[in-house]
Design a binder for this molecule. Structure first.
Ligand code: ATP
Length: 368
């Protein structure tokens, strides 16, 4: 019997709703793999939990996450729950987990699935690239810190280290090796996004990226400035395969990436370290639609798919990788059929109906 430990953090807002739909899907696919046992633990974490208990990120939760095979988190944060300084708990929890788990590579796939409307025209070649966001330093390194001079001047620092840049660059090339190349012509390509013409920190990022790139002669690489990159992602998305960038640039580019493949409800993500891994949808807790059972659960379900795939990859478990593959095929089937869709995808179905429909498709698939 192969055993894995997964921590579920359902969080706030629509988080528990999309998590419930994802659990239905994960349970359905695992029915085919009797020799895999997944031990789930779940913790209340987030803004509502902070409001009710005063706890932000208890040590036992952090420890459980660090010692798991993976964490699946759905959404954290409520805009009306604030700390005394006016900030939200969400960044403290996320940065706390990222640092404790050392999940330095933020992997954000931007893939256009069948029948999902992209706001871009001319997407015949498809959109299928990954944004790799350095997850532990960059402009976020000074979060909770920064400097303030006499209430007149405030600064946040862009922190780029050789170690941080090299490990995420290496991750980018290793990821490119595993992928099928960019949709335009199948060429494996890593794009380094920076602002090396202006900032020393970004020139340093580029230099370290280039040193790593030279260790991978079989993979092409290129550079783009962050401002121009936003235009290229809109004008020629099929020309990208793996895009690696600093933390804050990656944060912004991944929302743009989700936008061009159908919205935040379609954007999964994985945050990967050398040991620990955390997966979550790229959307937030969407308090405007919470409690209505209308949120699109696909970003969380596709994050669960990534989670199974990564655990399977690391533990050399082909069955778990097959389970991941089947979840993605089921999502494609559901989208092609087009009759069970949440309102953001143009349908009238509920979150739980979408989870149930996927579970049904999975049960009808031939197990592989
Ligand atoms: P955060 O800063 O916490 O990431 P955000 O500011 O990006 O959050 P979201 O909570 O992601 O905001 O919501 C942005 C908009 O997208 C809202 O109008 C919300 O209703 C919508 N939205 C987000 N996620 C989903 C989803 N899964 N299904 C449908 N609509 C969604």
């Amino acid at each position: 019997m192969k055993e894995y430990k997964i921590v579920l953090l359902p969080g706030d807002g629509i988080g528990p709703e999309v998590m419930a739909a994802s659990e239905v899907v994960m349970d359905a696919v695992m029915e085919s793999y009797g020799d895999i046992k997944i031990n789930y633990t779940s913790h209340p974490t987030g803004a509502a939990h902070y409001r009710d208990t005063g706890e932000i990120l208890p040590d036992h939760v952090t420890k459980d996450c660090v010692n798991s095979d993976a964490v699946l988190l759905s959404a954290i944060g409520l805009t009306d729950v604030r700390l005394a300084d006016g900030t939200e708990v969400q960044p403290y929890i996320m940065m706390g987990l990222r640092v404790a788990m050392d999940v330095y590579a933020g992997v954000r796939p931007c893939k256009l699935y069948p029948n999902v409307n992209s706001p871009l025209k001319d997407v015949d070649q498809g959109i299928d690239f990954v944004i790799l966001r350095e997850n532990t330093e960059g402009l976020f390194a000074s979060q909770g810190g920064g400097s303030r001079v006499k209430g007149e001047v405030v600064g946040d620092t862009m922190l780029i280290t050789k170690k941080g840049t090299r490990r995420v660059s290496k991750f980018a090339f290793e990821l490119a090796k595993m992928r099928n190349g960019r949709p335009q012509d199948g060429k494996k390509m890593v794009t380094c996004v920076d602002k090396a013409n202006v900032f020393k920190s970004m020139a340093f990022f580029r230099q370290n990226f280039t040193d790593v790139a030279e260790e991978y002669p079989e993979i092409d690489y290129e550079y783009a400035y962050i401002d121009a990159m936003t235009m290229y992602m809109v004008k020629r998305p099929a020309s990208f395969d793996v895009v690696v960038t600093e933390n804050m640039y990656g944060d912004i580019l991944s929302d743009l990436g989700a936008g061009i493949v159908g919205g935040l409800g379609m954007g999964p993500s994985g945050e990967i370290g050398d040991r620990a891994m955390l997966f979550q949808p790229s959307h937030g807790s969407a308090p405007d639609i919470m409690g209505q059972n209308i949120a699109n659960p696909l970003a969380t379900i596709l994050s669960a798919k990534m989670m199974f795939d990564w655990i399977g990859f690391r533990k050399d478990d082909e069955e778990l990788r097959a389970a991941a593959y089947r979840i993605e095929r089921a999502v494609e089937t559901l989208l092609k059929q087009g009759d069970v869709l949440t309102p953001d995808l143009g349908g009238t179905s509920t979150t739980s109906e979408m989870g149930d429909a996927l579970a049904q498709i999975i049960r009808q698939q031939k197990a592989i």
